[in-house]
Design a protein around this ligand. Structure first.
Ligand code: ZN
Length: 65
């Protein structure tokens, strides 16, 4: 018997019917909600990195000792 494979997000488990779209990868899928979360995490990481760079530049600018 032919079975229709149900597609769901590999990260949050929501079915394809519960989300607007799913991106397919090799044996995995990711929904738009999880992509949003990833973008948020990457954005926070970039912000943290920028803070570290700014701190380093402040240290370099101030006279040693
Ligand atoms: Zn998801």
């Amino acid at each position: 018997m032919w079975r229709v494979r149900k597609i769901h997000c590999s990260f949050c488990g929501q079915s394809e019917h519960a989300v607007a779209w799913l991106i397919a990868g090799p044996k995995v899928f990711i929904c738009e909600g999880c992509v949003d979360k990833c973008i948020g995490i990457l954005g926070a990481k970039a912000e943290w990195r920028d803070q570290q760079i700014a701190r380093l530049e402040q240290l370099r600018a101030s006279p040693a000792g």
